[in-house]
Design a protein around this ligand. Structure first.
Ligand SMILES: Cc1cc2nc3c(=O)[nH]c(=O)nc-3n(C[C@H](O)[C@H](O)[C@H](O)COP(=O)(O)O)c2cc1C
Length: 205
């Protein structure tokens, strides 16, 4: 096995360290977060840190990089209190990745890619058309992570749209049927393959 100590990691060339540390925790969720400014400018950006926080109440979270530079997603969701989380479809990975480019707040990534906005339930924030899982969230809270100046943003799930044939009788969403990708590192997009589902695990007798 190749080994890196904490000191070794500190000494690594920057891009190598970024790739290594971004990959070592495994596959990450791949989502497009969409918002709209008070002036009506739509924004969409790729995020790999969206996580499940709890199902009752239904909450999710994501990590926001330090706000020392302009963060359109953050500015919009703080002002409008809403954002959407949209699974990245396997056919839109190139456009999804491009949304990470640093565009000015006046420019919508929807205009710079083939991604399209879609409005439902009179929700202020746009959904991403063609995403087979779309989640409308309201901003609940933010927690400062003092170790690296990031923020954990907590959102409440208000609206949940799922492609009909992907929803199973027990509520499980079959992510093969939604063609949702996962992220490896900071620039790898992958299509996972389900191996098995199991019964609720109980201690062995
Ligand atoms: C694969 C990938 C995953 C990313 N995940 C995150 C993330 O979880 N949190 C974050 O703050 N930025 C993340 N980014 C960076 C944002 O996409 C980038 O900063 C983007 O410009 C933010 O757009 P905004 O300023 O319009 O909000 C990621 C970028 C890539 C390429």
């Amino acid at each position: 096995m190749k080994y890196f100590s904490e000191d070794d990691i500190q000494q690594l060339e920057k891009l190598f360290r970024i790739n290594l540390i971004n990959s070592c925790t495994g596959y990450k969720s791949a989502n497009l977060l969409a918002t709209k400014s008070e002036d009506g400018i739509e924004n969409v950006a790729v995020f790999s840190s969206v996580i499940h926080l709890g199902s009752n109440p239904p909450l999710l979270g994501f990590i926001l990089r330090p706000t020392t530079v302009a963060r359109n997603t953050y500015d919009n969701l703080k002002k409008t209190k809403v954002f959407t989380v949209n699974h990245i479809h396997k056919n839109s990975i190139e456009d999804a990745h491009h949304t990470s480019a640093k565009y000015d707040g006046e420019i919508s990534e929807f205009d710079k890619t083939n991604l399209n906005a879609e409005y439902k339930n009179e929700f202020f924030a746009p959904f991403v058309k063609g995403a087979n899982v779309q989640i409308g969230c309201s901003f609940k809270n933010e927690y400062f992570i003092k170790e690296n100046d990031c923020l954990l943003i907590v959102g409440a799930i208000k609206h949940l749209h799922i492609k009909e044939n992907a929803l199973q009788d027990d509520g499980y969403i079959s992510l093969e049927k939604t063609h949702s990708v996962a992220i490896n590192g900071l620039d790898g997009y992958t299509l996972p393959n389900l191996l098995a589902r199991f019964e609720y695990a109980r201690p062995k007798e």
